[in-house]
Design a protein around this ligand. Structure first.
Ligand code: ZN
Length: 656
């Protein structure tokens, strides 16, 4: 590991200690092998005047919930150092009292809650204090002779702290261990099973001490030639198997989750290890990961995920029963899984959750492999892990993330998604929290949506192989399928039956009906494994109220509606709802240019506005109105409705 410090960058902050603190915190935060997703913390002690002109020492420490990689000045909580030093002298301090007294000692009431390690930062008598959970160091400490190895690498000037619970207990332990110690003799502190502290009066030196300590651990590991697991032979992609796994995990979680696969060759090689179940049954890399990853993954070595999950839940209950002291049990669902031959999976209600879990477990798998290869992987005892998993201060971090959105964890597929109603449906689904596969024949679909919750798939819905492939791609990306909006369709050129063009007729039936039947056929096996599964069919006003010259369109949409009615009857017993929307006069789509609208309005002797609102309610119907209805139909409002046909047309006297 090398220092990323740049004199030219740092020069801009040299006379501002807090800005310098932000700079080196970000340097640490950008190094994945040091800290991940909110891990680690940093501080700086600054002498400043209060409103009465009195000088006081203030500890600016990382606020809870901030990430070192993106931290700003506002992410540091200013706490009076004198109070922290008095708190450190207490023999006992409850979490509630610690949080309360730290907040009361803050000089800015709107700053975030200070880190759980605030008292410890206060105790260390240097201006800058840096703390990380460096992979290489923890890989070495998490072995039976980890402490001897640390002594061998760093010599007598490295203070080694045995594992204790983070927070006040850790601060108190270090307070007692450092009585009478000359801090200037110390190169830093290594906390067994946890991480590293460095400190100095100079920002650069404190940061570079961290880099140097980690570099020595990395060189030590390199010297052992540990390599990486080799057998990265992958089994063929298995969307049905994945959807079954995701279904089982969702039921255990009590809410739908995404199953985000890690199929990188290292993950597959790790999943192929013969003793992977045993290796991963011991615990996480550092205890703070447990709130994201739970203690251990589920290993899907059998073909029946329900059995794997049942065994996982049973083991979680055993762990909880053995260790709880009156806490309320959290859900028993795994947050990550190992699937031999397929790699690893992260489970969570949003891609943000699964992304964090993927990052953490990627590092975990490497550390487990290297520790085991070097000697033997050894995580903390269950008791220590339980204390952190059920620690109110850790759970508070998760709650801070908020309540979530109504369609979190749900997976949708929308056809004809590049514009008009289809695009509006995708936007509304994402807004509601769902992840979406957006299909369209227009190649622009791959760039239509900026959201990471959407994958754009180029697909000609009349090509069965392409359509089947798009459905499988959706399942492999997100873990399953819960909702389908069948929107793709065309409005063929008007023609009376006497002059009907065969090609137009066939094309209308092919796109408007046949492709929708195929879409259902391919989606149904996955919907059967989905969470509150439902289909919405975009029909047309022409079904209840056809018009002359629109035979090819009206017949196709009537056929589609009949298909939806049959589907509602066939799929009801499987819990899949099928409802149809009949929109009319939705003019904010690509076909309706200003010119066409003007022509149509002139044809009826109306203004454009009169033409657009030519209905019972005198309301213009937009693609967003249709999308809003479609998304409601997929949600709880329509939980007990199937086979319905709902017009959305501002009221049409022929339909009424
Ligand atoms: Zn820590």
């Amino acid at each position: 590991m090398e220092s990323s410090w740049k004199d030219t960058e740092a020069a801009a902050f040299s006379d501002d200690l807090l800005k310098l603190r932000v700079y080196t915190s970000r340097l640490l935060g950008h190094e994945e092998d040091l800290v991940l997703h909110g891990g680690g913390n940093t501080s700086v002690k600054i002498r400043e005047k209060n409103i009465f002109g009195e000088e006081q020492d203030i500890l600016y420490v990382k606020g809870s919930g901030w990430d070192l990689g993106t931290i700003e000045e506002a992410g540091f909580a200013p706490v009076k150092l004198a109070t922290l030093l008095r708190l450190a002298e207490l023999k006992e301090l409850s979490d509630i009292d610690m949080v309360k007294n730290q907040r009361m000692a803050m000089t800015n009431p709107s700053a975030p809650n200070p880190s759980v390690e605030t008292i410890l930062h206060g105790l260390i008598p240097y201006t800058f204090v840096d703390h990380t959970h460096a992979d290489a160091v923890v890989t070495i400490t998490n072995t039976p002779s980890g402490e001897d190895r640390i002594k061998e690498i760093y010599g007598p000037n490295m203070m080694i702290i045995p594992y204790v619970m983070p927070g006040f207990i850790l601060a108190r332990t270090i307070y007692l261990m450092t009585q009478g110690v000359n801090w200037d003799d110390l190169d830093g502190m290594i906390l067994m099973n946890h991480g590293v502290f460095t400190f100095d009066h100079d920002a650069k030196t404190s940061y570079e001490k961290m880099i140097s300590i980690v570099d020595r651990a990395e060189k030590y590991l390199e010297g052992k030639n540990l390599g990486a697991p080799k057998n990265s032979d992958a089994l063929p992609a298995d969307p049905m198997g994945l959807a079954r796994i995701r279904q089982s995990v969702s039921h255990s979680f009590g809410k739908p989750v995404l199953a985000d696969q890690n199929t990188a060759s290292e993950a597959i090689a790790f999943s192929n290890l013969e003793n992977v179940a045993k290796l991963t049954s011991l615990g996480p890399l550092t205890p703070d990961h447990i709130i994201r990853t739970k203690r251990v993954p589920a290993v899907f070595a059998s073909d029946t995920p329900q059995e794997v999950i049942a065994a996982y839940e049973k083991d979680y209950q055993r762990y909880f029963d053995a260790l709880n002291d009156g806490e309320t049990r959290l859900d028993p669902a795994p947050r990550w899984g190992i699937w031999p031959g397929h790699g690893a999976m992260a489970f969570g209600p949003t891609l943000k959750h699964t992304g964090i879990i993927k990052d953490i477990t990627r590092h975990t798998m490497q550390a487990i492999y290297r520790s085991e290869k070097m000697e033997k992987w050894q995580a903390l005892p269950e008791k220590d892990l339980f204390e952190v998993e059920y620690w109110s201060l850790e759970q508070a971090k998760l709650k801070k993330a908020g309540a979530g959105k109504p369609m979190d964890g749900r997976i949708a597929l929308v056809t004809g998604a590049a514009g008009g109603i289809g695009k509006a449906c995708v936007d509304h689904l994402v807004e509601a929290g769902a992840v979406v596969a957006a299909l369209d024949i227009n190649p622009a679909i791959t760039d239509t949506f900026a959201s990471s919750s959407v994958i754009g798939i180029v697909c000609d819905v009349t090509d069965g192989a392409q359509l089947k492939g798009a459905v499988e791609t959706t399942v492999l990306r997100f873990g399953g399928l819960d909702m389908v909006i069948a929107n793709a369709g065309i409005f063929p050129k008007s023609a009376h039956i006497a002059e009907m063009d065969e090609g137009n007729w066939d094309r209308s039936l092919s796109i408007n009906v046949t492709s929708q039947q195929r879409l259902m056929t391919y989606c149904i096996p996955y919907l059967e494994l989905g969470f509150d599964p439902a289909i919405v069919i975009i029909g047309s006003k022409n079904v209840p109220a056809p018009g002359p010259g629109a035979g090819a369109y009206s017949v196709a949409k009537a056929g589609l509606t009949q298909l939806a009615r049959v589907a509602a009857m066939e799929l009801g017993s499987k819990g899949i709802r099928v409802n149809t929307i009949h929109p009319n006069a939705v003019y904010d789509t690509a076909i309706w240019t200003d010119e066409v609208l003007q022509q149509r309005a002139d044809h009826y002797g109306l203004t454009v506005q009169e033409y657009k609102t030519n209905n019972v309610l005198k309301q213009e119907v937009t693609s967003h109105d249709v999308a809003s209805l479609a998304v409601q139909m997929l949600g709880p409002l329509f939980a007990k409705i199937t086979g319905a046909q709902v017009p959305i047309d501002g009221g049409n006297d022929r339909v009424i």
